[in-house]
Design a protein around this ligand. Structure first.
Ligand SMILES: Cc1ncc(COP(=O)(O)O)c(C=O)c1O
Length: 470
């Protein structure tokens, strides 16, 4: 028999403006993350929980549905709803510290951010970095021992380590629904490196379309390789395909999760994009940077799978594991993979052999999948916190490690300044546009801060936003 989940496990505040469903989901999340509800424990049926809490059954089914989507709950056919298996994260309450107790990684505050060294004492919500403090240390040690045994290697293959290419192909077949083999994979140091190689292969003087607003680094890389960068407008669903110029050589796009607006390119637009590329001869560069983190529905298979002749897919472990690892991939037709590898050898551009060997081990042993499952749950929990505090103004909150907080144009600077004065660093959207900004607000990254830091930051931000833009 499942135990009844009434006070003190679940407390609902009927006079709060926060909807009962949100409160219930939040209470259950806390009970699961603190171990009050244990993995594999059965939850009451929606009918009996609704009766116990004197709420409508929809409140309970909606809260359950949310927690299913976040990975906290799992159903077993015909037998009910259960708490999914999960390992505690470092921030969850620990047993009392003993002599051999390691300090919480959170207190080892030496991590550099991707852009600048982190400012001690500031809560850094600038986007781009994932949470790197809950790696399975034993798995990492195993992987590095394995890498050390295989080092030094003979002449490195510019396509990448053969075993890693195989494992990545298998991972992408499963995770991204594309039918590929190792011959389709070139191991890179990340999506930036992949885009740079593609741009170098096409040569200077090309006309390269980039989503507007979009990922500033993609523009920078293309520009540095001598491309003429052409802004291509997006809307809340992603690239506005019908507006694409006919004379582009390449278009860079983020169909799984448009950066920064968060749209997922709908299937009819995907088809029109491919038709456009077939007609104009342009190459589609698909940046698949955070497709593994989707919280509402399963991600659509990668665009690459629809027509491998027209698309080059760029992927990365920067979001799923650690940007410092420097591992990513290009997926393309074998002939193009080979041309890219030859160019790469000429440019003396390579991915570290030991890092590839260690990554192969992590994939081989299922460590990457386990980490992904844990982090998906953790990011969903943080995302829910942001939605709870800043919900009404958010866009792009169904995937990835960032959300867009929309603000009136004239309030943005004041909000950024006031947040900084209260110890919260945020980035506005100005860098995402090449021309006049099309969106106004903040790109809030919730990957690299702890849950507690995020809670504090959300409180500060919601107060400041109410004051400046309420
Ligand atoms: C749109 C986009 N693409 C790619 C990346 C990752 O790039 P890389 O793999 O070069 O670290 C990021 C990271 O912030 C991103 O926001």
């Amino acid at each position: 028999m499942p135990r009844p989940l009434t006070d003190p496990v679940v407390r609902l505040n009927r006079s709060s403006p926060i909807p009962l469903t949100t409160q219930l989901a939040s209470e259950l999340r806390t009970a699961m993350s603190t171990g009050v509800l244990r993995p594999t424990e059965r939850l009451p049926s929606s009918r009996s929980l609704a009766a116990g809490l004197s709420v409508s059954r929809t409140v309970v089914t909606d809260a359950y549905q949310q927690l299913y989507a976040e990975g906290w709950l799992e159903g077993r056919h015909g037998s009910g709803t259960f708490v999914a298996e999960h390992e505690p994260l470092s921030e969850r309450p620990r047993e009392a510290s003993g002599p051999g107790h390691r300090p919480s990684p959170e207190r080892l505050h030496t991590r550099p951010s991707r852009v600048q060294v982190r400012d001690e004492g500031m809560i850094d919500l600038r986007p781009g970095a994932p949470w790197v403090h809950d790696h399975d240390r034993a798995a990492l040690r195993r992987a590095w021992r394995h890498a050390a045994e295989h080092f030094p290697d003979e002449e490195p293959d510019p396509h990448g380590l053969p075993r890693l290419r195989e494992l990545l192909a298998e991972h992408l077949r499963r995770a991204r629904g594309i039918r590929i083999g190792p011959e389709n994979v070139l191991v890179t140091r990340g999506t930036g490196n992949g885009l740079d190689l593609v741009a170098a292969l096409l040569g200077p003087g090309i006309r390269a379309g980039v989503e507007e607003p979009g990922y500033a680094r993609a523009r920078t890389i293309l520009f540095a390789r001598g491309a003429q960068v052409v802004p291509c407008p997006v809307d809340h669903d992603g690239l506005r395909v019908e507006n694409l110029p006919e004379d582009l050589d390449l278009v860079y796009t983020t169909p799984a999760h448009q950066y920064p607006l968060g749209g997922r390119l709908p299937v009819p637009r995907r088809e029109r994009l491919l038709a456009w590329a077939a007609r104009t001869g342009a190459l589609i560069v698909e940046d698949d940077y955070d497709a593994e983190f989707r919280y509402d529905v399963a991600p659509l298979p990668a665009l690459y799978g629809l027509d491998p002749d027209l698309v080059v897919l760029l992927g990365t472990l920067s979001k799923t594991l650690d940007p410092d690892l420097g591992i990513g991939w290009i997926v393309a037709e074998p002939e193009l993979v080979h041309r890219l590898s030859l160019l790469r050898a000429e440019l003396t551009d390579r991915t570290s052999g030991p890092v590839q060997a260690a990554t192969a081990r992590l994939l081989e042993r299922g460590d990457l999948d386990r980490h992904l499952r844990r982090m998906r749950r953790e990011y969903a929990r943080r995302r829910a916190l942001i939605v709870e505090h800043l919900g009404l103004r958010l866009a792009g909150d169904t995937a990835g490690l960032h959300v867009l907080l929309c603000l009136p144009k004239n309030a943005v600077d004041a909000v950024v300044r006031a947040a900084k004065a209260e110890g919260v660093l945020v980035e506005d959207t100005s860098r995402t546009s090449q021309g006049a900004p099309r969106v106004h607000g903040l790109v809030i990254g919730y990957g690299s801060v702890s849950y507690t830091e995020l809670r504090r930051a959300c409180e500060v931000l919601s107060r400041i936003v109410d004051h400046h833009a309420g």
